[in-house]
Design a binder for this molecule. Sequence first.
Ligand SMILES: [Zn+2]
Length: 300
Amino acid sequence: MQAAETSDSLTTSSPRSEFHHLFASPEGDIVLGSKDGVLFRVHSYTLKTTSGWFRAMYSLPQRTPDSRPELKAADNTPDVVYVDEDSRTLEGLLRMVCGLSIPNLDSYDIIEPILHAAEKYDMPGPMSIIRALLSTPPLMSDPLRLYAVTCRYGWQDEAMMASRATLTLNIHSPEHRNTLQKLGSDALLSLFSLHRTRREALRKRLDDPPFVNDSGDTSCSNCGSLVDYHTWRELKYVIIMEMDARPLGDTVCNTGLLEWSAARACWEAKCINCDRVLYDKTLTMRVIRECIEQLPTTIE
Ligand SMILES: [Zn+2]
């Protein structure tokens, strides 16, 4: 709750705009005015019971109509409390606290202003509704923005889910810069760490048995003569570059190891002495897949 905004963000005056058709009941005893001039007539009881901000506002001494007669409309219409939100945001917020059908909450341009307002007015109801909808497809389709929202409001389980969904993205790509700038440094570092850890852990794992590594000479398991493992080194490099661009690793396992030219060269490589293939393609692909499956999938 941001009580300091009480005096700054509110102005009152007589109504001069149109009422929203859902919020026009003459029984309402308070009128909220949106930034774009739409009026919402609601019950102060509803606002007091669903908003810590309005509860606090109403706990302050209220002026009586007689003390400010110049603002009292002739038809007993209450004064208008103008707020910073536009009519779409205010409608969404009031639909939720008044028990009406909720609006379409299927884009970040819709939910972010509502969350911002719900936080400002200390309205846990709308926040819980939006939180419950975060795993729906329209919101999951932008995992980086989902991650930003979940970190912003401290929703750890959802932030972990979102971090897993970001693994299909190259977060170093310029197109993500604007969203990343919205993250706090802790959230940003956690995400970078997850992406980097997956790449680096796989890089190290690919140097351990059953994979051959770069230390010292290696001999053919069949005839014992020295062999050149450069095709594996090149494939390993391509795998790591792909993990950097798409840390999920699905494109490595599902297509890369079958289709990349570096992969084909590796599977076709033979010992120049005995002509035996150097790498067991099926075994190698299976072990790489297992290694990727064991990598961490979420922020900690
Ligand atoms: Zn050999």
